[in-house]
Design a protein around this ligand. Structure first.
Ligand code: ADP
Ligand code: ZN
Length: 710
């Protein structure tokens, strides 16, 4: 059970601790890591307290970090102990890193001097002390040559301080020649960074306008002021291209922080961030909880991306928390996007955030010309999903030696399998969702709980053989269609669930960028950030997907995704097109995309939200009640509702079955709390939870302040 409040301990004689120190303390029968929160205690009798076991030799958490933990806990209604745990997830990092073995040249020269030995000695004189791998790398000779020289006494072994996980960036290394508009935007960002205090800037520019190039200047500015920088990216594990660009600009890689980084590395990054030795971190949302010594700039790239929302344990939105972190730590925040979230746009338009627009693509590369394909008038052949119009466009594109991207945000072969004889549909037993046909792996799988089963030959309901049919397309099915339609073309399928994981995907994304594919079929992961120079056609196979799920954010999301995916085309200046297959060409989203006019769409959406009192014009919170039975979940939801305090400014809706009513065998009901912009929603929810009877049996609740779907 994570701590609601700090516990009190005695500091043993001779131990030096201060607020922020990381310590080991007894907690019941266990020893756990903790942070010293305060020097004073209100505890009754110090004799009854246990003592701190050990104080780690590690920089204390800076004041700003502790205030950030408190703030996040208070805002998200999570126990502070749970938030602190997000900061302290790397136990070994609290002890100093051991020194490493190094080599130093002596005056002793070997009797026999081969060319390789000569080369090694020459290289070694250029530095004072070397790590073994460093010296071998720099000289290019084999390890046996070095061993021979060590034996001959030409080197002595020394202990070196642990070497940096990454070398410090060089701000003048690969400075880009910015265009006039880019320069102007960069200057404004640098100005914000130069002020040294808190500010939020929205860097808004179409895909390919050079946002990365521009915010790199702000990074350089913060580094020159001696401060640290955090760059948040939504799909960091896949963005080798980002790391390469950073390297080209700063002559070194940034430290990386995401779930694919091996534990040993994470520990070193954590410690070196705390010591201030790591200057730039590129990471996923969890990097916000790294203990920066002196953070001067946070960049949230693709700030509108749904991946920034964590919906697990502590529910938080990394973009919003980045702004808070910037406020507490007095540092500049830059939100970058081609399609900012409505919240951010409203803040920028109202002057709360600085608006830094970047107009046009770099070197005036034309944006793709976009065209809607009305599937009612241009239907694909039966059992196919690519319309004749799109087919022709693909044919022309690959004939020119260019690349086509077919985008469909659906993994697997088909979203639904049914029996033609009896109508039976394959559904997950534990979740309210259909089983998705993953034909490459030969299974039917639930995308919510991961349950998978072999695809049978006979219907489990009526027993009829060979009457199962796949309904609707997934990326595997589109790939199959392309293999038939263009057998000569090199077709490649990119999806996160194929064997080989992130490493293979990174390789394949590189291959596509190198031109080693003609037709690329992919889910949303190909929409983000990649630069494919030969890509000149993007086809959205089913643009309506996600538009009709009843979520008020659906239109905004669809617009952002379609804009981003079509933005993959024509980034190196070749004329390019985007074809959008839809059954609803008259829909506002489709019209805005085709007209390349986001402004009207955004204005309408904004007006709609304002009318409905939805964020950012009002506040929302959700309480999700889950239980082993439907009845228990719903009943507890009613109890919660009854426990709501009287408050004219806040209203409780529900309990209603949650959008996913059943997940992993747990039934879910949801209460929505809606109020005005300044409504005290946290204290209201806290009061509800506190005055309702304690959840019993299998009942559990989760609190989501600012839910993303509502
Ligand atoms: P965005 O992030 O806005 O989509 P990028 O920063 O990825 O745009 O830039 C798009 C492409 O244009 C990249 O390949 C980038 O290297 C190139 N580019 C942008 N600005 C410049 C510049 N000033 N000099 C050289 N190349 C640039
Ligand atoms: Zn399931």
């Amino acid at each position: 059970m994570p701590a609601e409040r700090p516990y009190s301990y005695v500091v043993p004689d001779g131990m030096m601790v201060q607020p922020g120190s990381i310590v080991q303390v007894p907690l019941g029968p266990r020893q756990v890591a903790g942070v010293v929160w305060d020097g004073e205690t209100d505890a009754v009798d110090p004799k009854k307290l246990k003592a701190i076991t050990h104080a780690f030799d590690c920089p204390p958490l800076p004041d700003a970090m502790r205030r950030f933990i408190d703030w996040v806990a208070e805002y998200t209604l999570s126990p502070p102990g749970l938030v602190a745990r997000m900061v302290l997830r790397v136990p070994v990092a609290f002890d100093p890193e051991p020194f490493v073995d190094g080599l130093r040249l002596t005056d002793q020269r070997p009797e026999r001097l081969t060319p390789a030995r000569q080369k090694l000695l020459e290289t070694a004189t250029a530095g004072l002390e070397w790590t073994r791998p460093g010296l071998l790398h720099a000289s290019g000779v084999s390890a046996s040559v070095l061993d021979g020289l060590v034996k001959a006494g030409s080197f002595e072994t020394v202990k070196l301080p642990p070497h940096p996980i990454v070398f410090p960036p060089d701000t003048s290394y690969g400075r880009a020649d910015l265009s006039d508009t880019q320069r102007e935007a960069a200057d404004r960002l640098c100005e914000a960074v130069g002020e040294g205090g808190f500010s939020v800037s929205l860097l808004e520019g179409v895909t390919g306008s050079g946002k990365t190039e521009v915010y790199f200047e702000a990074v350089a500015k913060a580094l020159e002021a001696g401060r640290q920088v955090l760059i948040l990216l939504p799909e960091i594990a896949l963005t080798q291209s980002f790391i390469d660009r950073f390297h080209a600009r700063f002559g070194t890689e940034p430290a990386q922080w995401h779930s694919d980084v091996p534990p040993r590395n994470r520990e070193r990054v954590w410690r070196q961030v705390a010591e201030g030795r790591v200057r730039v971190v590129a990471g996923a949302r969890s990097a916000l909880f790294l203990p920066f010594k002196d953070l001067g700039l946070i960049i949230v790239d693709e700030e509108h991306d749904p991946a920034y929302k964590q919906e697990d344990r502590t529910f938080y939105h990394a973009r919003d928390m980045a702004v808070v972190r910037g406020h507490i730590g007095e540092c500049a925040v830059i939100l970058a996007s081609a399609t900012p979230s409505l919240e951010t746009r409203v803040n920028a338009r109202s002057g709360r955030y600085r608006h830094v627009p970047l107009t046009g693509r770099f070197q005036a590369a034309a944006l793709p010309s976009l065209q809607l394909v009305d599937l009612r008038r241009h239907p694909p052949a039966k059992g196919r999903f690519i319309s004749p119009v799109l087919h022709t466009a693909i044919e022309e594109t690959i004939a020119r030696g260019e690349q086509a991207l077919l985008f469909l945000n659906r993994r697997g072969y088909a979203p639904l399998t049914l029996c033609r004889a009896c109508g039976h549909r394959f559904q997950c037993r534990q979740c309210s969702s259909w089983l998705v046909d993953h034909r490459l792996r030969g299974v039917l799988q639930c995308h919510h709980c991961g349950h998978s089963e072999r695809r049978p030959e006979a219907c489990p309901s009526c027993g009829t053989l060979d009457h199962l049919v796949a309904c609707g397309p997934g990326v595997e099915r589109v790939a199959e269609e392309m293999l038939h339609a263009f057998p000569e073309a090199r077709t490649i399928l990119l999806s996160s669930d194929l064997p080989g994981g992130a490493r293979r995907l990174r390789r394949e994304l590189d291959a596509v960028a190198e031109g080693e594919a003609d037709i690329v079929i992919g889910t949303q992961l190909v929409a983000k950030g990649h630069h494919f120079p030969l890509m000149t056609l993007v086809g959205a196979v089913d643009a309506d997907l996600g538009l009709n799920n009843g979520d008020p954010r659906a239109a905004e999301r669809t617009f952002q995704l379609l804009h981003q995916v079509t933005g993959r085309a024509g980034r190196s200046g070749l004329p390019s097109r985007g074809l959008i297959q839809t059954f609803a060409p008259e829909h506002a989203v489709m019209q805005a995309i085709a007209a390349g006019d986001p402004e009207r769409f955004y204005e309408r959406e904004t007006a709609e939200r304002e009318r409905a009192g939805l964020p950012p014009f009002g506040r929302l919170a959700a309480i999700i009640v889950s239980a082993d039975s439907r009845r228990e979940a719903e009943e507890y939801g009613r109890l919660l509702r009854k426990a709501a305090p009287e408050d004219g400014d806040l209203e409780v809706l529900g309990p209603a079955e949650a959008p996913l009513g059943l997940v992993r065998g747990r039934h879910r009901f949801r209460l929505l709390i809606q109020g005005g912009r300044r409504a005290p929603i946290q204290s209201f929810v806290r009061a509800m939870v506190a005055s309702a009877p304690r959840p019993r049996g299998s009942v559990q609740i989760q609190i989501d302040i600012d839910p993303q779907s509502f």
